[in-house]
Ligand binder design. Structure first.
Ligand SMILES: Cc1ncc(COP(=O)(O)O)c(C=O)c1O
Length: 530
């Protein structure tokens, strides 16, 4: 017979427990209250563990349902090795009485434990199942060593602690407060109303046909990209498009050329694909690749940002574009053209995409809505060469699941209704003004020798500094003040002395802030001089 005080704490007991099939008497001289766990202790000689079952079950508002609490406690006791395989759980009626809960609650908890394989019912009751996992040693618990992770991860290192996504001067962030949220909310509402629950399923793996068609049309007009909707694959931002290119086009160990300094996300995708990365220098005309490079280390893949080299800002000249395409065709090389921010052209004639320069060029065009819309939308796209569409259909169907369907439909409508182009026009003017203000502030308030690069388009300027002002130290100091310029050297696989400087984002920073920010930067630059 069991007697319980309030909250299920055992007050008195004359109860026998079982170990295997052996009936065991309660421990001699046991004083009450006895931990409830003693009901299930496996041998009189084994120390009674302090277990989860010692504490009363929680009751009242906000408490988890009794059945869940009971299930959880038994599960923990079994996994923790406190209930040995073969030991018997108390009868459901006795336990229900002991805990002042309904018998149904106990049987439901036992049933769930049985369904999950923690216990096995037999004719005499319920026994703890033999689990193959090693029970942790009693007493001091030691976490077992975790299995090894991939070696390639060691190559992906953070260049700096992640900065606040909205910190001033952070590169690559668009003017978030200028995004027409109300218009976007209406587009989303319309998409949900029109497509309804039918768009809650997975959807077409390469994306919503409406959005693929809108993108193909927009790219043809705005970027000179030659494609039809069947070539467009919607991705989770440019990053997924880059990872897809690596997975679809390369084998581990293949050589990939990457601009140096260059985009870290592209390097991460290549590392994850176990590619052999060859850093390629860039100058004022973009990526440099000479005859010797093609002869000594011909690549399977080239990553380039031809319309606005990231982060140095050069434009790959037409002569180099044509040369790169011709050589790629000759060597069986794929070229990834990352056109991440060239919608925001600030000076001169728009520069068309490399993809549209030569028919049947082996170019995979990658784009993103992270800058033109907002980064958390996580929508980007990949334009496959026509020759790859049929071959990639099956792998892509297996690798992708569609998704974000209402957002994709809303975006298609946003583009088709002209709202996207109007937003781009407004942002282009805003960024032009912000860039101008940043340039003037640099000229006026950064007294040490420096060279400003880029600025034809996009959302950032790159400022090279003499090596006596180490850029990582400046960026660390800036972070203490809540601002986030990026050190230029952190973009290089093999940094050279000239890769010292700051990448300054002006997209999400108001023009009137540049004067005080550059004065502060100048102070920080002076402070790190070696
Ligand atoms: C060169 C480059 N490519 C692509 C992206 C965009 O990536 P995502 O679309 O994954 O946000 C960025 C973002 O900063 C970038 O700098």
């Amino acid at each position: 017979m069991l007697t319980y005080a309030h909250h299920g704490t055992l007050k008195s007991a004359t109860f026998h427990v079982f170990h295997g099939s052996t009936l065991v008497a309660p421990p001699a001289g046991a004083h009450f209250p006895i931990p409830l766990m003693m009901l299930m202790t496996t041998a009189a000689s084994s120390p009674v563990p302090q277990t989860l079952l010692d504490a009363p079950l929680a009751k009242g508002p906000g408490a988890a349902p009794m059945q869940r609490q009971l299930h959880h406690r038994f599960k923990e006791a079994i996994l923790g090795g406190h209930l040995a395989p073969g030991s018997r759980l108390p009868g459901s009626r006795a336990l229900a009485e002991a805990l002042s809960i309904s018998r149904n609650t106990v049987t439901a908890a036992y049933d769930l434990l049985a369904a999950e394989g923690y216990v096995q019912p037999d004719r005499q009751g319920t026994r703890v199942a033999a689990l193959s996992h090693p029970a942790p040693p009693r007493g001091k618990r030691q976490a077992p060593a975790a299995p090894a992770t991939s070696q390639r991860l060691t190559g992906i290192q953070a260049s700096a602690p992640p900065a606040d996504g909205t910190a001033a001067l952070r590169p690559g962030v668009p003017a978030l407060s200028h995004f027409p949220l109300a218009a976007w909310r209406r587009a989303i509402d319309r998409a949900i109303r029109n497509a309804g629950p039918s768009a809650l399923g997975y959807g077409d793996p390469p994306g919503e046909p409406a959005l693929r068609a809108s993108i193909a049309r927009h790219l043809g007009i705005a970027r000179g990209v030659r494609c039809d909707p069947a070539q467009v694959v919607i991705t989770e931002g440019a990053q997924e498009a880059l990872s897809l290119c690596v997975r679809l086009l390369t084998n581990a160990g293949d050589t990939a050329w990457i601009e140096d300094p260059g985009y870290r996300g592209a390097k991460a995708a290549m590392r994850a694909g176990d590619l052999h990365m060859v850093p390629m220098r860039v100058d004022a005309d973009g990526l440099i690749a000479d005859e010797n490079d093609w002869k000594t280390q011909p690549p399977r893949l080239i990553y380039t940002t031809p319309s606005h080299q990231y982060p140095a800002g050069a434009v790959l000249t037409v002569a180099r574009r044509l040369e790169l395409i011709a050589k790629a065709q000759h060597h069986g090389t794929w070229i990834i053209e990352d056109d991440y921010d060239s919608e925001f052209r600030h000076a001169g004639e728009p520069i068309g995409a490399m993809q549209g320069l030569v028919a049947q060029a082996p170019v995979l065009y990658v784009g993103t809505f992270s800058k033109t819309m907002f980064p958390s939308l996580r929508l980007g796209f990949l334009v496959l060469p026509e020759t790859l569409v049929a071959q990639m259909r099956t792998p892509l169907d297996d690798m992708l699941r569609g998704g974000h369907r209402h957002e994709q439909l809303a975006l298609a409508e946003f583009i088709e209704s002209g709202q996207f182009s109007r937003h781009l026009g407004r942002m282009r003017r805003l960024y032009r003004d912000r860039q101008q203000a940043l340039r003037e502030a640099l000229t006026r308030h950064l007294p040490m020798m420096h060279v400003i690069e880029g600025g034809y388009c996009g959302l950032h300027l790159t400022v090279r500094l003499p090596a006596c002002y180490p850029d990582r130290e400046i960026a660390d100091a800036a972070r203490q003040h809540g601002i986030a310029p990026a050190p230029l050297s952190s973009f290089a696989l093999q940094p050279k002395p000239e890769d010292n400087g700051l990448v300054l984002g002006y997209g999400n920073t108001s023009a009137e802030l540049f004067e005080p920010l550059v004065r502060l930067l100048a102070r920080l630059v002076r402070g790190v001089k070696v």
